[in-house]
Design a protein around this ligand. Structure first.
Ligand code: SF4
Length: 176
C-alpha cells in the first residue's frame, strides 16, 4: 500500500446513530449517482476508490483563470473575454465565493492544442466560452437518496455494467 492511500479509513465516515450533520462534497454525490455501492463502501465503511493521477495542468489553468477574473471582479468590470463575446455582464461578487471554490464547485472547461509542431515545453490553449444551461432539480432528491443509502444496514448491489467489481471478484478468487 502506498503512503497516500489508506484502504481502511476511520475518519469522515457516516454514522447512522450520529445526530451531527454529515458533510457530502459534490464529488461524493457524484460517486453516489455513479454507483451507490462504491459510495456506501467509501462513506460508510471507509474504503475509497484509489486516487487517480492528479490533474496538475487543469488545476493550474483553473487557478490562474480565477485569479484573472478576480482582478476584474474587484473593479466591477467585464473581463476582456466577456467583451469579446458580447456578454453584457461583469464577474459576479459573492461572499461565499471562496468557500465554493474550496469545495471544488463550479463549471470548468480547458483543452490543450494538438496542432502545434512540437511540445517545446509548453502547452497552448484556445480560450472560448460555452453556453451552459444548468438544472439543479436533481440535486436535492439525490442528496435524500444518498442519505437513505448510507443509513441502510445493507450494502447496495454492484452494478452489472461495471467491469471493476467483476475484476475484483475474479482477482479475489486467487487469494493473496
Ligand atoms: S460496480 Fe463495484 S467497482 Fe463498479 S462502481 Fe460499483 S461498487 Fe464500484
Amino acid at each position: 500500500m502506498s503512503d497516500y492511500y489508506h484502504a481502511h479509513r476511520t475518519r469522515n465516515l457516516f454514522d447512522p446513530k450520529s445526530k451531527e450533520p454529515f458533510r457530502l462534497s459534490r464529488s461524493g454525490l457524484d460517486l453516489f449517482v455513479n454507483c451507490p455501492r462504491c459510495f456506501y463502501i467509501d462513506k460508510r465503511l471507509g474504503t475509497g476508490r484509489p486516487p487517480g493521477f492528479p490533474f496538475s495542468l487543469n488545476s493550474a489553468v483553473d487557478h490562474l483563470l480565477k485569479k484573472e477574473f478576480d482582478i476584474h471582479r474587484a473593479k466591477n468590470k467585464a473581463h476582456p473575454l466577456m467583451k469579446k463575446y458580447g456578454i453584457a455582464a461583469v464577474p459576479v461578487a459573492h461572499k461565499d465565493l471562496d468557500m465554493w471554490r474550496e469545495n471544488f464547485q463550479g463549471i470548468r472547461y480547458c483543452n490543450g492544442r494538438k496542432d502545434r509542431e512540437a511540445f517545446d515545453a509548453k502547452l497552448e490553449f484556445d480560450v472560448t466560452l460555452i453556453a451552459c444551461k444548468g438544472d439543479d432539480a436533481w440535486v436535492e432528491p439525490a442528496f435524500m437518496d444518498a442519505r437513505a443509502c448510507l443509513a441502510a444496514s445493507k450494502i447496495p448491489k454492484a452494478s452489472d455494467a461495471c467491469d471493476y467489481c467483476a475484476y475484483a471478484a475474479a482477482a479475489g478468487e486467487y487469494g493473496k
